[in-house]
Ligand binder design. Structure first.
Ligand SMILES: [Zn+2]
Length: 52
């Protein structure tokens, strides 16, 4: 399930308690991340998604 980084409103692929697909550690600021069904908006992950 994607997670939203609320301070930036960027949607990352990943789960709370782990790492996002772009390598962010969600344990650093767990209060900044909420589960969401919105489309990914993390540019680094767009590249990753296209590749695979
Ligand atoms: Zn990301």
């Amino acid at each position: 399930m994607p997670v939203k980084h609320t301070p930036t409103a960027i949607i990352h692929s990943g789960t709370k308690g782990g790492k996002t697909a772009c390598g962010e550690d969600t344990n650093k600021h767990p209060s900044h991340l909420v589960n969401t069904n919105e489309k990914l908006s993390c540019r680094e992950e767009w590249v990753w998604v296209k590749k695979y």
